[in-house]
Write a protein that binds this ligand. Structure first.
Ligand code: FE
Length: 347
């Protein structure tokens, strides 16, 4: 049975028309555990099914999927897991629920710094951690992460918790670039520039800028798109209009970027189909769809950024391997506790 399936799919690679004409049961299915909301991935999955005839089944949850795969063990129906942030991708690897993907297609499409060196996780889109700056109260057109420690920002900076995965990723990148001691000093100085104790989410910080409670905040790029196009809560359009994005460190190493990505489950029952899905997700067609749905950046070089995203300015991404960010996450988390970042300014 298995060898027949292989023969069929192999032939299909050469004659895709014949492949599409095959009955659906010959093509099989693939099971996806997803932290990404269904509306974000459905257009991609539809395109995948249209191209390959492989049916997709999605289990969506906002937390606990990795633990669920671990608990299901060898009987887990999960073939792939889709999630955001290097922290969560690397945690899946540490949890032992992944297996390496060995694919020339993936390796050709995705730059090495966006992949686990052992193939356990693969970045599919990137988002930059940038500065949202008040249009009225911030004049400068450029900024650096280092500069957030400058006393000129005293009482003017807002951010979510230092322990959030997004913040940890940025601090881990600082450790990678500057070492532990320098990062600790920097983090303590940034803490002392906070307008209020860290709380809320990235959009909440922009709301605070809109309300005049602070002048700059840290946030992921795609939230600008989510606010600008928010029909459900149109007040968010006003928040967005009160700020502009400053891409940090464009004059040197570039802005810190994180990834949304995918892992291949250790006991994937439909492994061949899972690898096909992962390969598809790295294709130019899928990269464009996936990045556009959430106002993100494609990881495959040469795939165009959407008009809205490019209207925010040019991103020069830091090319520090995400594996290095993963490596320093624990250190970053310890530093956040050590300087009492989430307690707010000490002076
Ligand atoms: Fe987010």
């Amino acid at each position: 049975m298995r060898s027949t399936f292989r023969t069929l799919t192999c032939a299909a690679a050469f004659t895709s028309a014949a492949f599409l004409a095959m009955p659906a049961h010959a093509d099989g299915e693939v099971n996806i555990y997803s932290y990404r909301q269904p509306f974000l991935i459905q257009p991609l999955l539809d395109a995948f099914t249209a191209e390959t005839g492989i049916k997709t089944n999605v289990v969506f949850a906002s937390k606990g999927l990795g633990e669920r795969i671990a608990a299901e063990g060898k009987n887990s129906p999960a073939d792939v897991m889709m999630t955001v942030d290097i922290g969560r991708l690397d945690s899946a690897k540490q949890l032992g629920i992944t297996q390496p993907v060995a694919s020339d297609v993936v390796n050709e499409n995705i730059p090495a710094h966006f992949r686990d060196p052992e193939g356990h996780w693969i970045g599919l889109t990137t988002r930059a951690r940038v500065i949202y700056a008040s249009r009225d109260r911030v004049d400068q057109d450029s900024i650096t992460y280092e500069e957030l420690a400058d006393p000129k920002w005293k009482g003017r900076l807002c951010t979510r918790s230092g322990q959030h995965v997004y913040t940890i990723g940025l601090i881990a990148s600082m450790v990678a670039h500057h070492g532990v001691e320098e990062t600790e000093e920097w983090l303590a100085a940034v803490r002392d520039n906070l307008a209020v104790k860290p709380s809320g989410n990235d959009r909440g910080q922009v709301k605070a800028i809109f309300a005049g409670e602070c002048d700059i905040s840290l946030g992921n790029t795609y939230y600008m798109g989510k606010m600008q196009t928010n029909e459900k809560e149109p007040e968010q359009k006003e928040w967005a209009a009160s700020v502009r994005i400053l891409f940090p460190n464009t004059e040197d190493r570039g802005s810190h970027v994180n990834i949304a990505g995918v892992v291949l489950a250790k006991h994937a029952p439909n492994k061949d189909n899972a690898v096909k899905l992962i390969e598809f997700l790295t294709s130019p067609e899928a990269q464009k769809i996936y990045a556009e749905t959430n106002f993100e950046y494609p990881v495959k070089p040469g795939v165009e950024v959407s008009e809205r995203v490019s209207s925010w300015g040019e991103l020069k991404p830091d090319t520090l391997p995400l594996a290095d960010v993963a490596k320093y996450r624990k250190t970053a988390s310890e530093l956040v506790d050590k300087v009492g970042f989430d307690d707010g300014p000490a002076s």
